[in-house]
Ligand binder design. Sequence first.
Ligand SMILES: *Cc1c(COP(=O)(O)O)cnc(C)c1O
Length: 370
Amino acid sequence: MPLTPRPAILRMTPYSPGKPIDEVKRELGLTDVVKLASNENPRGPSPLAIRAVQEAATSMHLYPDAGAFALRSGMAQHFGVRPDQILLGNGSDELIHLLGLVFLSGPQDRMIVGDPSFVRYDAAAHISDAQLVKVPLTPDFRLDLPAMARAADDATRLVWLANPNNPTGTTVTRAEVDALLRDLPANTAVVLDEAYFEFATDAPDYPDSRDYLRDDGRVIGLRTMSKAYGLAGIRLGYGFAPAPVADAIERAREPFNCNTLAQVAALAALADAEFLVESVRLNTEGRERIHGAFRACGVTPVNGFANFVLADLHRPAEPVFQALLREGVIVRSGHVLGLPTFLRVSIGTSLEVDRFIDALTRCLTDLARP
Ligand SMILES: *Cc1c(COP(=O)(O)O)cnc(C)c1O
């Protein structure tokens, strides 16, 4: 090839999606397959968002509002922050890339992530050829903030905390985040990724990135419309940042990174309080049932607060993953997450949860037979 990419680019790995429903149907000759692998909202999008997208569809020959004025002011009001403290992106995945591009300058800079944590953070380091430092979780699968603080030095620009963490669902407390901020060098920022914020408000001493928002502050919050709000396919991520940070991201981003349909869908979804409450209620109910089902099979699930459940089967998870596929249930096999004895299952509708629990119980009892 005449063009050679920068070596750091070859350390980036394309996203590996869960198995597509159609592929599983075709390969296994099944007609009814459920996918519980991508942490989407099983109820679909809010009807208000659907209507807003339908109405805006007639204007899709026009460029989007580059400043996303209506959405930005709506969010500022909804979340009680200023418009110049809001980040908007083509999903929070884009904001993760932008944070790497804007705040890491090369091999002299370091960033710290948990291990395992959200796999897309690695891209922020590689895209800028920065050093990536991985700090193992505690034995109870939580981000180890004291160890992350010890791993930080003056070259450390960013520390990434997914709270709840993906793939474990575990949370860190406000007291732990406060201590981390005290222990980190003054020029190190913390990214508090709250992709599952709405599901976790009952977690003990659960922090909110907005409470750290000061223009001279060091905390950047990331959130998304993809999970609780059910808009994963249309792509709208957002965040809260000190105004100077938000200003730098504004300069670096593409002008039309939030498309017209995503802007109107997000604004409409935010206004549907009832949809959000019901989604969270259904999720908490499903989570408790799935936790119970794992326990009934002799497996202790990780104590998570997101819209998925992670469990250590204490044996290779791949055969169980395959057995569940044959039952028409797609989950995440732990080996893609660096956890070969674990399964991660997204919490579906109550019927999908029934289906998963039946299949899991059958698979684990069959496999236990000599
Ligand atoms: C799903 C997820 C995101 C990305 O969401 P977008 O769809 O890109 O907005 C970010 N962080 C974590 C931890 C996630 O699980």
